[in-house]
Design a protein around this ligand. Structure first.
Ligand SMILES: [Zn+2]
Length: 122
């Protein structure tokens, strides 16, 4: 697989970033030249194109290339990894929500104790 798509830049209208999908017989790579992608972060461009989302395409002419990419068997490991990543992310979000609720309950309990008076040691 050797596919290149162009992702529209949201910070620099009219500019695009090349998003490259490559594979050999052992590995598949998904690279993006945006600032986030170049610094090793998981950017929205790679997410979009791995999942077949055409909304970030720079040019409608790439729609067919994106469809070709989606039909590539070598893309499957990236799609599966994204699915697992999203599951883990959702789990982290649930845990964060739970921690926020615990924090709120703790603050509330403390405020109530201050309001109602704290027992002095006998
Ligand atoms: Zn990117």
């Amino acid at each position: 697989m050797d596919v290149e798509l162009r992702a529209a830049s949201s910070s620099s209208p009219g500019h695009f970033y090349a998003v490259t999908f490559k594979s050999d017989d052992k590995r598949v790579w998904v690279l993006c030249e945006c600032a986030a992608g170049a610094s090793g972060q998981f950017c929205k461009h790679r997410r979009a194109f791995i999942s077949g989302d055409a909304s970030l395409l720079w040019d409608d002419l790439d729609t067919e290339v994106l469809a070709t990419l989606q039909a590539e068997p070598d893309l499957a490991p990236a799609v599966e990894l994204l699915r697992l990543y999203d599951e883990s992310l959702a789990q982290i979000e649930r845990e964060k929500k739970g921690l926020k609720e615990r924090e709120k309950a703790l603050k509330s309990r403390f405020a109530v104790e201050l309001l109602h008076g704290i027992a002095l040691p006998l």
